[in-house]
Design a protein. Structure first.
Length: 86
């Protein structure tokens, strides 16, 4: 099992609960920022396997929050006027 997959699987349910509790836009913003930071750090920590594994877990955690947030946002779309832009 990959280190990315571990972080991703652990945060699917938590991401849905966080999106419902705190709102999907804010949670998605934090998730994308953490995922982006982990992506930026990857080449700098690639020389140490332990650091690379930790960075990939953090990347999986950030991405694990995004899909539940996106589904929550899509669930808020309710009118024909809003759906024409999707």
């Amino acid at each position: 099992l990959s280190s990315f997959g571990i972080g991703y699987m652990l945060t699917q349910v938590v991401g849905g609960l966080a999106a419902r509790t705190y709102g999907p836009r804010g949670v998605l913003l934090v998730a994308v920022l953490s995922w982006s930071i982990a992506t930026l750090l990857t080449p700098f920590v690639a020389w140490r396997v332990e650091l690379l594994v930790v960075t990939r877990i953090l990347l999986g955690i950030g991405e694990g929050f995004t899909l539940p947030c996106i589904y929550q946002l899509l669930g808020e779309v309710d009118s024909k006027e809003q759906t024409k832009f999707l």
